[in-house]
Ligand binder design. Structure first.
Ligand code: GLY
Length: 470
């Protein structure tokens, strides 16, 4: 177990060390936008690479895809996003503040420790008149001005709309995709025809998605622009039981976040969606939740069972056949699908929170360490020349290592200070080049977590480091 840190502390630490900056910082920022700095972008990339390697490259039943962000608008009619991907928003007549009505109900329940609900409660899909009646009955005040004078909630679509085409006023309306999933469904037939896969098999995609949320926040937990890693795993419901498949994906997804990303397992748990909160397409969904500083929150969907909803919808709207023919039985049908879905920024937030540690080294000495799993640490090896005179030998060594590891050179300050600086960015190994190195071609390797030091021959160094990265 590591040390718990507040969100404010984490935001400062990430800014100071170059993990995450406010978006458009020199212009005063843009609400809810964040830029990933040199260490942040590397950590993000390492998480994505590890996911791709684990979920695609190391599995015989998975293939990858990279579809366009802008898609034919009919995709979103078919998927149900035009009609159903909405939040119920209402306005305060007194101060004009706009809020999400279903979230007001959630917060009221939480604050009053009550499970009383509006009539016909279905989360964001509750009929507007029922939401308003409940909010008025409980006299829920406006969070900005304290009055209770609300308009009836209206469905607000979360998709960002833009124009395609170069002629002002004449462009065609298109949407920035709100999920990567639909790019997979519309390519199902292309992938099937070109790879000749047999069911069950999955298609994975990593890419940006956009949602015009009214209540983004909690740093990189909920942003309007974000990156997803999604899998659509197609199967025959007559030969594969969806509940068993969901259990398999729960195990796979949990193993990824806990064992490979190194998240603190005491802060992880499964949560099944209640029937009234299931998405319009889902018959059963299990999330993995993480204990963030603001409470338990969704980390990822370990698996969402979407049935044959998406392929059937696209088959109807496109008039193209999206069936699978079983080569042994000749049975032709629309496959069902299980969807594990991860948000990369959210995983990174949980990785940062899990890694942060303050360790008492001695009575008057505390160190801050980011205990990243070595496979995803932004820097794997720091090469430290004991004195500047040894810079050439250290550079030569760094250039050899950089072909296999993520290397940083640091030559300023005492060795002790340099070790601590590397601890703060989570570098698992520091390699010190000293005068003896010139004689014995060996270096001192210092381990981040144990602070133990060992003398290792340079010829054996890459194999030694690799063996300590697992
Ligand atoms: N594809 C599911 C989601 O984006 O939430």
């Amino acid at each position: 177990m590591t040390t718990k840190i507040s969100m404010e502390q984490l935001v400062n630490l990430c800014k100071q060390r170059g993990f995450i900056f406010q978006g458009s910082d020199i212009y005063g920022g843009l609400a809810n936008s964040w830029d990933y700095g040199p260490l942040g972008v590397q950590l993000l990339k390492n998480i994505k690479d590890l996911w791709w390697k684990t979920m695609v490259e190391e599995r015989m039943d998975m293939v990858g895809l990279d579809s366009a962000i802008l898609m034919n608008p009919s995709v979103w009619e078919a998927s149900g996003h035009v009609a159903s991907f909405t939040d119920p928003l209402m306005d305060c007549r007194a101060c004009k503040a706009r809020v999400r009505a279903d979230k007001m109900v959630d917060e009221w329940q939480h604050a009053n420790n009550s499970d009383e609900k509006p009539a016909n409660w279905a989360g964001e899909k509750t009929p507007p008149a029922d939401l308003l009646a409940f909010i008025n009955e409980k006299k829920m005040p406006c969070p900005s001005c304290g009055k209770c004078d609300w308009t009836e909630p209206k469905a607000f679509n979360l998709m960002f709309k833009t124009k395609m085409g170069v002629v002002e006023g004449e462009g065609k309306d298109v949407f920035l995709r709100p999920e990567t999933a639909q790019g997979i469904f519309v390519n199902f037939k292309n992938v099937l025809d070109t790879t000749r896969r047999k069911l069950p098999f999955g298609i994975a995609q990593i890419g940006k998605a956009f949602r015009n949320e009214i209540t983004p926040g909690n740093y990189i937990f909920r942003t309007r622009e974000f990156e997803q890693m999604e899998i659509e795993y197609f199967f025959d419901p007559e030969t594969t039981d969806w509940k068993e498949l969901l259990e398999t994906w729960k195990t796979t997804s949990m193993a990824f976040v806990r064992d490979q990303l190194g998240m603190d397992e005491t802060r992880l748990r499964f949560r099944d969606h209640d029937p009234d909160e299931l998405s319009h397409y889902s018959k059963g969904t299990t999330d993995i939740e993480f204990e963030f500083p603001f409470g338990w929150g969704e980390l990822c969907a370990a698996g969402a069972y979407r049935g044959a909803y998406d392929l059937t919808q696209h088959q109807t709207h496109s008039s193209k056949t999206l069936t699978y023919r079983d080569p042994f039985t000749n049975k032709e049908f629309v496959p069902h699908v299980m969807e594990p879905s991860f948000g990369v920024g959210r995983l990174m937030l949980a990785v940062l929170l899990s890694a942060y540690d303050e360790e008492t080294v001695s009575e008057d000495d505390t160190r801050t360490v980011m205990r990243f799993a070595p496979a995803i640490a932004p820097v794997t090896v720091a090469v430290l020349p004991l004195v500047n005179k040894l810079g050439d030998r250290a550079t030569e060594l760094a250039q050899d290592l950089i072909k296999q590891f993520r290397v940083q050179m640091d030559s300023s300050g005492s060795i002790g200070k340099r070790y601590r600086r590397q601890d703060e960015i989570g570098t698992p190994f520091c390699v010190t080049v000293d005068f003896e190195t010139l004689e014995d071609n060996a270096v001192t390797v210092r381990h981040r977590d144990s602070m133990q030091q060992e003398r290792i021959a340079i010829s054996e160094l890459p194999a030694y480091l690799r063996s300590h990265m697992a």
